[in-house]
Ligand binder design. Sequence first.
Ligand code: SAM
Ligand code: SF4
Ligand code: SF4
Length: 343
Amino acid sequence: MDRNDAPTVASDALGRNIHDLRISVTDRCNFRCVYCMPKEVFGRGYRFLQKKELLSFEEIERIVRVFARLGVRKIRLTGGEPLVRSELELLIEKIAAVDSIHDISLTTNAALLSPKRARSLRSAGLSRVNVSLDALDDETFKAVNDVGVSVQKVLDGISAAADAGFDSVKVNMVVKRGMNEHSIVPMARYFHGTGQILRFIEFMDVGNTNRWHNDAVITGAEIVDSISAELPLESIEPNYKGEVAQRWRYQDGGGEIGVISSVSQPFCGDCSRVRLSAVGKLYTCLFAANGFNLLEFIREGKSDAEIELKLRSLWSRRRDRYSETRTVESVLLPKVEMSHIGG
Ligand code: SAM
Ligand code: SF4
Ligand code: SF4
C-alpha cells in the first residue's frame, strides 16, 4: 500500500492530509556534492552537530508514534548521509514496531551500502531504498561528489540493495546545467530494461549555499525530450494521488522512469510531507526558514498528549506552497540547508 489520498486525521489550512514524515538522522556526510554541501562552506572549519544535539533514537521513535496518531504512514530516513549514523538498524527496528507505519525507506549515496549492510537494513525492517547517482562516468561523478568516490562504488551499492530483496530500489539523479546534463541519456540507457526505476530531479533552491540560479535548472520536459529522442517515452498515470514523480514508460517495454519537476511544475497542492531536521526542528516545507524546535519541546518533559496537540496545531495552520510562489526575491530568503533537512 502506497497511497497518499486516504483520509487521515490531520488536514492543513489548504486541505492537505499528512502522510509522510522525512527524518534527517545526521547533518554529516561522506560526500561533498557541489550542489548540496560545497567544500567552501562544509570544509574543515565547519562545525557539525554533536551527538547530544541530535535527536536520540528513543526520541525519534516517540515522535513517529505520535505522528502515526495524526495519520503518518510512511517514514523516509535521510541526512546528510543516513548510513554514517551509527547503528541505524536499531532505529529502523524501533520504527518498524510502530503499528500503523507500513513503509520505511532510506535515501542514500550508497557508498557505505555493502551487501552485509544492505541485508542488515532489510532484516531490521527497511522497505525501500533510493540511491542517489548523478553520472555514469567517473570524471563527472567525482567532480560532483568532490571526494573521489567512483561510480562503481555506487553501482555496487545498488546491486547490494537489489540482492537484499527490498520492495523497491530506485535511483535518483539531480540534473544541473553545466554539471551533468550530458549524463542524462547514458543514465537512461544504463537503467533501461533493468527493472530499476531511474528518477530525474530538477535542481532546487534549497538552502542558501548551493548558488542556485534559474538558468542552472534543466526542466523535466527538457529531460524527457532528450531521452525520448533515443528511447521513445510515453506518459503514464501516477501510482497514487500526490506522487511527486511524473511517470514515463519506454515504448519498447524497457520499463519506466520518473521525473520530479519541482521547479518547473510544482506539486504543492498535494504535498503531504513533514520534515524533521537533524537538530530536531520540524519543517512543514522544504524551503522554510524556520522550524519548530521539537527537540527542545520534548526535552522540556512534555507528555505524548502535549506533543500530539502541538503537532496537530502546527499542521492545521500550515499554508506552505513555496514552489508555486517562487520569485527572484524568495530564492534569496534564508532557508534551511539540504544537509540538515535531507530532501
Ligand atoms: N546523502 C543522501 C543522498 O545523497 O542520497 C541523502 C540526503 S540528500 C540531501 C537527498 C537527496 O537530495 C539526494 O538525492 C540529493 O541528490 C538531493 N539534493 C540535494 N541537493 C539538492 C538540490 N539542491 N536540488 C535537488 N536535489 C538535491
Ligand atoms: Fe551528501 Fe547526499 Fe548532500 Fe551529496 S546530496 S552531499 S551525498 S547529503
Ligand atoms: Fe511541499 Fe513546500 Fe515542496 Fe510545495 S515547496 S511541495 S509545500 S515542500
